[in-house]
Design a protein around this ligand. Structure first.
Ligand SMILES: C[S@@+](CC[C@H](N)C(=O)[O-])C[C@H]1O[C@@H](n2cnc3c(N)ncnc32)[C@H](O)[C@@H]1O
Length: 152
């Protein structure tokens, strides 16, 4: 399967065998790719039931072993050492999803107000470990952030 240039750039930042929570996973192409080609354990979360159903059907079609659920952000999701990916949404929505006590590694790709996102991460005790700017029709920032206190 072929990912968009932006999703491929995100997948390239993720180590094989990682545990990944992808919030706003849509059709779960990233999760399916990570499971099939990098042996990652993926939880695909989307607030849209339609997206979850499509994700499950895609996982069957591409023979990937992922979990896909309908949920609002990370509400009620127990966290340990997963890498959290949130991509393809605006900064305001990303901040709403992450606005609680969290220290997990994050890969974020917002198409709005990157400076506000960076300020939020700094306030939350994160530093920018890597940042990519990808041209894929539009210009996209991809931020890999780690907590200064280390991942939990
Ligand atoms: C444009 S798609 C991005 C898909 C993919 N992550 C990407 O980067 O191409 C945004 C998705 O985020 C979902 N979404 C938006 N807010 C959400 C929330 N609070 N919790 C879960 N999913 C959310 C939408 O339903 C939509 O499927």
């Amino acid at each position: 399967m072929k990912l968009s240039k932006r999703l491929k750039a995100i997948s390239d930042l993720i180590n094989p065998n990682s545990k990944v929570i992808d919030v706003g996973s849509d059709h779960a192409f990233l999760d399916i790719y990570l499971n099939k080609y990098k042996n990652c354990q993926c939880l695909a979360i989307d607030k849209s039931k339609y997206c979850t159903e499509t994700a499950i059907n895609n996982a069957i079609k591409f023979e990937a072993d992922i979990k896909a659920i309908t949920n609002d952000g990370l509400n009620g999701i127990p966290l340990s050492d997963e890498l959290i990916v949130i991509s393809g949404m605006g900064t305001r929505n990303i901040i709403k999803i992450l606005n609680f006590d969290i220290t997990n590694d994050l890969i974020l790709s917002s198409h709005t107000n990157i400076d506000d996102l960076k300020a939020f991460l700094n306030e939350k005790g994160y530093y920018i470990y890597k940042e990519l700017i990808i041209e894929d029709g539009k210009t996209y920032n991809i931020i890999y952030a780690k907590h200064k206190g280390g991942a939990r």
